[in-house]
Write a protein that binds this ligand. Structure first.
Ligand code: GBH
Length: 480
């Protein structure tokens, strides 16, 4: 599979980098070893096992805490340029609180992992927070409590200081939409709160400020010496208007602003999207609130938050059609969904995955990349997650097709549309603890035998496919 045999319209640029991702709670295990504190996922799984489909948990997961060298060997076999993984806050700072003790065993674990990556020429791309909030901070109210900003700033300083010599690429938060909407709005993820349209917006407000604080901490205390890059990884569907009507087009744009824009607009353009501010102000008034349910940033805060990015990151898996909805006459319902007020649906013809929320719609990726580029002034774009689930098996042809088709649309966005995408990250390196779905949905390029205490890993067909794409930078599939 030589470059010479690859048509130019199938070849990724030389500078383009390929990686794979995981997250701490989904792979590490060792939930209570060597001084690690409890986090909200430990707590939820242990106190309410029915929250998870198969009543499983991440107590052991892939056991990456003990098997990180095996993980790096797999990364080496794949030939990836970088590995995106996340840090467990409560492994590093068991209580999570600003000023509280740092757990040296946790520092050592990540130092060893990073060293192993560096020794193998694999660049670390580190997510500081991927959903596993220290339980103590949840006891204080979690993200809706503005104090989290202070605790997160302390945490960020600890990780920049300890790992910043080797780590040059940082993501503050993974999918803040899911933390706030699913975690505090509809209760699909830990801590499982249902306070849609209320605590949900407070969560976002704190989280965005915490992101900006971490960015400024890096700027003021570490950047000169460490010369790295900091961003955040919000997620969204591509929202395709269900028809050419103006109202459907507006509804689709509004859905993008209520998901990706909710986080990216303050950080790239300044303040929440105006469509969010206006709609939530108006509905709050009708509902008798003294002020908007969407908290307001002061002018200084708007300035402080604006520009806190060195690249744009996107987690994207799928597409939804969007249809405008009649404005509700009854405004009594308080929820994010009624603030947004659109209907969304899949096309029946779109291929399904093992996840009810994910259908295979490769062209949505190209449209989304174009929208991001236009809306946020042509930034450098990292795709920090993309992938598909099945129910298991090593001959995962459908996963290969998914990657080929999505990558082909990424390539068209780069070559034909001029979108500046420089990295692609497959989710995931290996099958892992899939949050409320437990171990029932598989996203890995490698399978893990969760019945075997040794947690052996086996490569799937998609691993060799991805590895040939990486080594050739080409999408031809007959490389053997
Ligand atoms: C990503 O979220 C996560 O970052 C990653 O940790 C996860 O493993 C990966 O996806 C695969 O799921 O309707 O109750 O099934 C993607 C965003 C999170 C949006 C789950 C849809 C549906 C929950 N998705 N959510 S449910």
């Amino acid at each position: 599979c030589k470059e010479a045999t690859c048509a130019t319209n199938q070849t990724f640029p030389n500078y383009f980098k390929f990686g794979v991702a995981t997250a701490s709670y989904q792979v590490e295990g060792a939930w209570n070893e060597d001084g690690k504190g409890e986090n909200i996922w430990d707590h939820l799984c242990h106190t309410n096992p029915d929250f998870v489909d198969d009543r499983s948990n991440g107590d052991i997961a892939c056991d990456s805490y003990h098997k990180y060298k095996d993980d790096v060997a797999m990364l080496k076999d794949l030939g990836v340029d970088f590995y995106r993984f996340s840090l467990s806050w409560s492994r590093l700072i068991p209580l999570g609180l600003a000023g509280s003790p740092v757990n040296q065993a946790g520092i050592d674990y990540y130092k060893n992992l990073i060293q192993e990556l560096v020794n193998n020429n694999i660049e670390p791309l580190v997510t500081i927070f991927h959903w596993d909030l220290p339980e103590t901070l949840q006891e204080y109210g979690g993200f809706p409590n503005p104090e989290i900003e202070e605790h997160f700033a302390y945490y960020a300083r600890v990780v920049f200081k300890n790992f910043g010599d080797s780590v040059k690429y940082w993501l503050t938060f993974n999918e803040p939409l899911q933390t706030c909407h699913e975690g505090y709005g509809i209760g699909f993820t830990a801590p499982g709160y249902k306070s849609s349209g209320l605590a949900e917006y407070k969560c976002t407000h704190t989280l965005i400020k915490a992101h900006a604080r971490a960015y400024h901490v890096y700027d003021e205390e570490f950047r000169t010496q460490q010369q790295g890059y900091v961003g955040i990884a919000p997620d969204t569907y591509w929202y395709e208007p269900a028809s050419g009507s103006v109202s459907d087009q507006e509804a689709a744009e509004r859905a993008l602003q209520f998901t990706y824009g909710w986080f990216a607009n303050p950080i790239f353009n300044g303040n929440y999207p105006s469509v969010m501010i206006e709609r939530i102000d108006e509905r709050s008034k009708l509902q008798g609130f003294a002020s908007s349910r969407l908290p307001k940033f002061t002018d200084e805060e708007v300035e402080y938050i604006k520009g806190t990015h060195d690249f744009l990151a996107i987690n994207a898996y799928s597409t939804l059609y969007v249809q405008a909805k009649e404005e509700e006459v009854d405004t009594a319902v308080i929820s994010y969904d009624s603030d947004l007020n659109v209907d969304t649906f899949f096309d029946d013809s779109w291929e399904e995955s093992a996840s009810s929320w994910l259908r295979v719609v490769p062209w949505g990726m190209r449209k989304l990349l174009n929208w991001l580029s236009k809306t946020y002034n042509h930034p450098e774009i990292f795709i920090t997650e993309n992938g598909v689930s099945d129910t298991g098996g090593l001959n995962d042809d459908r996963r290969i097709n998914y990657y080929r088709e999505y990558l082909s649309n990424v390539l068209e966005a780069i070559l034909d549309d001029g979108v500046n995408v420089t990295r692609y990250t497959a989710w995931s390196l290996m099958d892992n603890f899939e949050w409320a779905r437990g171990y029932t949905e598989k996203y890995g390029l490698y399978s893990v035998n969760f019945d075997d205490p040794g947690r052996p890993r086996t490569s799937k067909a998609s691993a060799s496919y991805y590895s040939s794409v990486i080594s050739s930078k080409c999408l031809v599939d007959n490389c053997e």
